[in-house]
Design a protein around this ligand. Structure first.
Ligand SMILES: Cc1cc2nc3c(=O)[nH]c(=O)nc-3n(C[C@H](O)[C@H](O)[C@H](O)COP(=O)(O)O)c2cc1C
Length: 258
């Protein structure tokens, strides 16, 4: 059985919510799926005050006491996750952004490896594709295996043809998501992901020390020595590229301090 949790950034149960329900219902005939839809506005989420204690000392030092950890637990207990938002002023809704900010420390210390992620954006007219790309980028940054998201244009009145187009797009997205969800093992990182990991870990190794939470986390995970965040078999080309990314970042860091 696979567990999928969708986090919805719209307070009303309309186009974003319906697209999410449709996406999740499509998964059911494909396999043994259990799902939950979480409406973010039903939870207590405080606006980040920017103290950065979570980055420097650890997330448990955050002065805000809200539902952040309850929601993170929901992610941890899931095999698959959906972030869904309406397009508000060409961005995610405020409540979705507040939620992403509450997860800010996870970009420093990624952890959702092996979990499948996708995004859904509902919009009236324009700008949603960029928001999908943004959410998919966020998914990668948090450590998920990201499956390309989709944007639903729900301008009323909707013609039958437009409705069918949306249904097809969501059905395709459900299939893509399911294929990744049931695929065993971790995917080999792309060059870009490998570069992001190698450069981040090199700069953390050279710039920080044991007093920093990021440094301690990387050290504890063995990331200063590993090829990637998780066990993977890099081909020769990626092995060489990995070493190159390490040495480029070493030079860049040293030149910052010289
Ligand atoms: C405050 C606000 C800002 C919006 N900004 C945009 C926008 O920039 N582009 C757009 O295409 N639609 C925009 N819309 C329309 C919504 O994206 C659209 O109605 C969407 O279906 C809302 O999702 P929901 O049905 O799940 O609430 C906006 C709606 C609101 C309420």
């Amino acid at each position: 059985m696979k567990r999928v949790t969708a986090f919805v950034g719209s307070a009303r149960k309309k186009y974003t919510y319906n697209a999410v329900r449709q996406f999740l219902e499509n998964l059911k005939p494909l396999g043994d799926i259990e799902y939950e839809v979480i409406t973010l506005s039903d939870h207590r989420l405080g606006t980040c005050r920017g103290c950065q204690l979570c980055f420097e000392k650890g997330e448990e030092f955050c002065p805000m006491k809200d539902d952040r950890d309850v929601l993170i637990e929901k992610i941890m207990a899931s095999d698959g996750v959906v972030f869904a938002s309406p397009n508000y002023s060409f961005q995610v809704s405020a409540v979705m952004k507040i939620f992403l900010d509450r997860l800010g420390f996870v970009f420093h210390r990624p952890r959702f490896f092996g979990k499948t992620f996708t995004s859904i954006v509902a919009q009236g007219i324009y700008g949603g594709d960029k928001i999908v790309r943004y959410l998919d980028f966020v998914g990668n940054g948090l450590g998920f295996n990201t499956v390309k998201g989709s944007c639903v244009t729900a301008l009323q009145p909707m013609t039958e043809k437009e409705k069918q187009k949306i249904d097809r797009a969501i059905r395709r997205q459900s299939r893509r998501f399911y294929q990744r969800l049931v695929k065993p093992g971790y995917p080999v990182p792309t060059f870009i992901k490998l570069m992001a990991f190698r450069m981040a870990r090199t700069s953390i190794r050279l710039e920080l020390d044991d007093s920093s939470r990021d440094y301690a986390y990387y050290k504890d995970k063995g990331w200063f020595e590993s090829d990637y965040y998780y066990p993977t078999r890099l081909g020769v080309l990626k092995k060489v590229a990995g070493s190159l990314f390490d040495s480029i970042q070493t030079k860049r860091t040293r030149s910052r301090h010289s």
